[in-house]
Write a protein that binds this ligand. Sequence first.
Ligand code: AP5
Ligand code: MG
Length: 207
Amino acid sequence: MHLQFILFMINLILFGPPGSGKGTQAERLKEHFNLLHISTGDLLRAEIANGTQLGLEAKKFMDAGNLVPDAVVIGMLGGAVEEAKTKGKQGIIFDGFPRTTAQAEALDNMLMEKGTSVSCVLSLVVDEEELTQRILKRGLTSGRSDDNDVETIRKRVQEYRTKTEPVAGYYNNQDLLIEIAGVGTIEHIFNALMQAVNNVASNHSDN
Ligand code: AP5
Ligand code: MG
């Protein structure tokens, strides 16, 4: 049972700039494939809401649209594989993680130690104008401190371009990167993502 779980674990990374639809699509993919959803942004916002020391530290970075330091984020994910197992999940969907090459290397090591690996990286492609419009619209109701101000949104996109985009190259070198157009209806994008994961899963089971 334990061995079987490890062999068939599906570990997905939803990759893309702020506002590209990672959270929206992760909600659907986790239901469809029975995955544990890990959003580092949501975990950090929960720390802030609970007033923890980690949350206080992270808030300064998040409010300014900067990435939180690697060590803080990596430290939050140590128990992910065990949690997925305990909850009877087929695998994990990472949303907003990894965002730097150091985080990607830490994730590879963490999964390898548990006898598993990243199945594929689904990269949502959306242009900058659309991202800004989506985030500003959500900012009307989200209560997120980083959603309301155009300068902060620009900073988030800039952090993505300089620190996170190189992570796509890291996974492309491992032949794990799949680009999906992130514009159109949520349903249409979900279908494209689902098909991509099914292709990866069937290639895996053929081997
Ligand atoms: P995080 O919470 O991860 O935010 P983000 O990456 O900036 O992305 P968003 O959550 O804003 O967008 P999303 O891609 O999830 O899109 P969504 O589905 O919501 O990170 C926040 C901060 O935390 C970071 O800036 C950083 O400080 C810190 N942090 C988090 N992880 C970190 C890490 N690993 N390392 C370091 N720091 C970290 O959609 C956006 C909107 O568009 C929604 O309103 C949605 O309804 C709408 N929408 C979705 N799909 C469509 C569509 N197809 N058409 C039209 N609208 C759509
Ligand atoms: Mg999100």
